[in-house]
Design a protein around this ligand. Structure first.
Ligand code: PLP
Length: 377
């Protein structure tokens, strides 16, 4: 593939030059001073992005966002604990699947996929079941582009004295989130979405007291044992195993750019590009899956015209230089378009032009078919 390939996908995203340049640095061993310093810098900068102060620590894991989530689910819930998962999309379901795999006692509280989690329903559920020790929620349900109210959910869990785990894999860096003010105990993200680095690293942030208390919890995994990772990174100042060392330098550069731009600045940039996209889709009478007030800055799920089925649309768009993902099956002929990463207004306008061309071609083709089979006279 040559030229610019526009990733309208919710990760990986198009990255900036500084990230690309950081990947080209000279070779280095993961226990050499440069690599250890990069690990320290990434941990400190990420903690700031999560909203934590010096009482919080971030651990960097090699692996995708799912491994970050699995490390938390398998390391922080003690035997005898119960996890309540707030589910309103594909990634909420995934958290429940992880917990079930680790045979953790589980309650799933489901909401419609086009409604946000209702904190009062959570409060009632916690009141009705005192065995729940942990609650997990996805901040930004990337499958639909829906934002859940983490601050309000955190107020409920804090009042009930249960531990809150938040999947901020596709929100950190571009949606308002503050681990301290939102009463989040464990927050997980990954490098290759709104942090705008390349895939391969995930991040887990928590108050230091939470990390210290993990020594009393029996983990159910070895390589994802969070206490051991924290001890290695925080106390010994080195990674537990061999990390994706080159990616640390890339994420370090990406975090510098984010701290310069600020989360509100990035949110504003994403929102202006998605506003352009959403206006364009509305002008073409394409219905969006969610009302405006539930939508994130970065993901738009919309119906496609009947004449452009998704299995035809996706490869045609790819040929034109745009990567697009599918939407949840229950939405029928629909697609998810992400405006995350280093995108420009021209990228979105180019996509809309290509969409127009596909609609025009498909109309001509279906008219020809209708005339040929006699259904149009
Ligand atoms: C909200 C959310 N959680 C978890 C994941 C899983 O991340 P990964 O594919 O990096 O394992 C994703 C991926 O898109 C996501 O959007």
């Amino acid at each position: 593939m040559t030229g610019r390939h526009v990733l309208l996908t919710p990760g990986p995203v198009n990255v900036g030059l500084e990230v690309r340049q950081a990947l080209q640095r000279t070779d280095v061993g993961h226990r050499e001073p440069e690599a250890l310093a990069a690990l320290d810098r990434v941990r400190a900068k990420a903690t700031t992005v999560f909203g934590g102060d010096s009482g919080y620590d971030t651990v960097v894991l090699t692996g995708s966002g799912t491994s970050g989530l699995e490390s938390v689910i398998s390391s922080v819930i003690p035997r005898g604990g119960r996890l309540l998962v707030l589910e309103n999309g594909r990634f909420g379901r995934r958290i429940a699947e992880i917990a079930a795999t680790h045979r953790i006692a589980l309650t799933v509280l489901s909401f419609d996929w086009n409604e946000a989690v209702r904190p009062e329903v959570l409060a009632a559920a916690l009141q009705a079941d005192s065995t729940v020790t942990h609650v997990a929620v996805v901040h930004h349900e990337t499958s639909t582009g829906l934002l859940n109210p983490v601050g309000l959910i955190g107020a409920v869990t804090a009042a009930a004295g249960v531990t809150l785990i938040v999947d901020a894999v596709s929100s950190l860096g571009a949606e308002p989130l503050d681990i301290a003010a939102d009463h989040i105990d464990w927050c997980v993200s990954s490098a290759n979405k709104c942090l705008e680095s390349v895939p391969g690293l995930s991040l887990v942030c928590a108050p230091r007291a939470r990390w210290e208390a993990l020594r009393f919890v029996e983990p159910t995994t070895f390589s994802l044992n969070l206490y051991q990772h924290w001890k290695a990174q925080q106390i010994a100042g080195e990674p537990l195993f061999t990390p994706a060392v080159q990616l640390l330098f890339a994420l370090d550069a990406a975090l510098d750019s984010l701290l310069l731009e600020g989360t509100p600045g990035r949110a504003h940039r994403y929102r202006s590009i998605s506003a352009l996209l959403r206006r364009g889709l509305a002008e073409r009478n394409l219905r969006m899956a969610l009302p405006d007030h539930l939508r994130s800055a970065s993901v738009t799920v919309c119906e496609l015209p009947e004449s452009v089925p998704f299995p035809y649309f996706q490869p045609a768009m790819r040929k034109a230089g745009f990567a697009i993902y599918s939407a949840p099956a229950h939405l029928g002929n629909a697609c998810g378009i992400a405006t995350m990463g280093q995108l420009t207004a021209d990228d979105v306008l180019g996509f809309l032009n290509e969409l127009d061309a596909l609609i025009a071609t498909s109309r001509t083709a279906s008219t020809r078919c209708a005339v040929a089979d006699g259904s149009m006279r």
